[in-house]
Structure formats: structure tokens, C-alpha cells
Design a protein. Structure first.
Length: 166
């Protein structure tokens, strides 16, 4: 965390943290996509990978408007969540059981992002930066939709298969 002496610094620190999280997860997507056996889950990961590229671009646009750099923070929470997902890929049997584990890992990450984007949007509102509010709200809604989609995939097929019911 850089030196935070004002509300603006706090907002920028949070944006840098989110930027780090998004760039880290972009690097993790190929492993998650290749580990998934469910076609719906693979498709959901591929779709969110493309969305995440857009999230990074939106953040970069915010930083450009603020004449600031997105570099400088390492999101340790994202690093830990990605490490957990990689451990599950190595430890859990490939197939429906791993799909269920991957959904859980992805949803942990989504919930972190939902909290982070919600906070960033609220900070941008307080600072009166309507353009940032708009971009952050758009991403926040996509993160919520991804979480809902993963829940649907889990509940409709993956969890039943993982439990040996389907």
C-alpha cells in the first residue's frame, strides 16, 4: 500500500488494487479454462476473460483521466485466491468435482471484485467523478452477472454431477 494521506489517495489505492487483481486473474484464466470439463463452465470463463480485458481497459481509462498510473499495488487478496484455485486444479480430480471447486474459487474472486468495485464506485461518487462512477458501475454489474451465472451453472448441473446425483 502506498502512502495514503487523503480520501483521493485512498480512492486511488483502491483502484490500483483492483487493477492488480484484474491483471492477475487475466493470467490465471487459461489454466481455469483448460481445467474445466463442463462446456458451460468453460464458456462462462471464456466470456468473463473477455469481459475482464474490458475491465482493465476501463480502469486504464480512469487512470488516464486522473493523470495517474495504475501500477504500484500488488493485490495480495487476488494473489491468494488465485493460489487457492491453482492448488485445487492440482489436488481435485478432473471432471465435475473440479468444476464445482473451480466455480467456488471463481465466486470467491467475484465477491472480492464486487466489494472492491462497489467501494471504488462509492468513492468516485464522493469525489464527484461521474465518468469513473459510470465505468465502475458498468464493471460492477458485469461482476454481479458473472457471479449469478456461475451460481446457475453450479445449481443446474455441476453440483449434481459432482455429488454423483446426475
Amino acid at each position: 500500500m502506498s502512502n495514503v494521506a487523503s480520501f483521493e489517495d485512498l480512492a486511488m489505492d483502491g483502484l490500483r488494487d483492483i487493477y492488480s487483481a484484474e491483471t492477475q486473474v487475466l493470467k490465471a484464466f487459461p489454466d481455469m479454462i483448460s481445467a474445466a470439463s463442463s462446456p458451460k463452465l468453460k464458456q462462462a470463463f471464456e466470456k468473463h476473460q473477455k469481459q475482464t480485458q474490458g475491465h482493465v481497459q476501463r480502469l486504464e481509462a480512469i487512470f488516464q483521466t486522473m493523470k495517474s498510473s495504475p501500477e504500484g499495488e500488488m493485490c495480495e487478496a487476488a494473489e491468494g485466491l488465485i493460489k487457492e484455485a491453482k492448488q485445487q486444479i492440482e489436488m481435485v480430480e478432473h471432471g465435475p468435482l473440479l468444476d464445482a471447486a473451480l466455480i467456488g474459487a471463481a465466486q470467491k474472486f467475484e465477491h472480492y471484485e464486487i466489494a472492491s468495485y462497489g467501494t471504488a464506485r462509492t468513492f468516485a461518487q464522493q469525489l464527484g467523478d461521474q465518468q469513473a462512477v459510470k465505468l465502475l458501475e458498468q464493471t460492477l454489474e458485469e461482476e454481479k452477472q458473472t457471479d449469478e451465472n456461475l451460481t446457475m451453472i453450479a445449481e443446474e448441473t455441476v453440483n449434481q454431477k459432482a455429488a454423483g446425483v446426475a
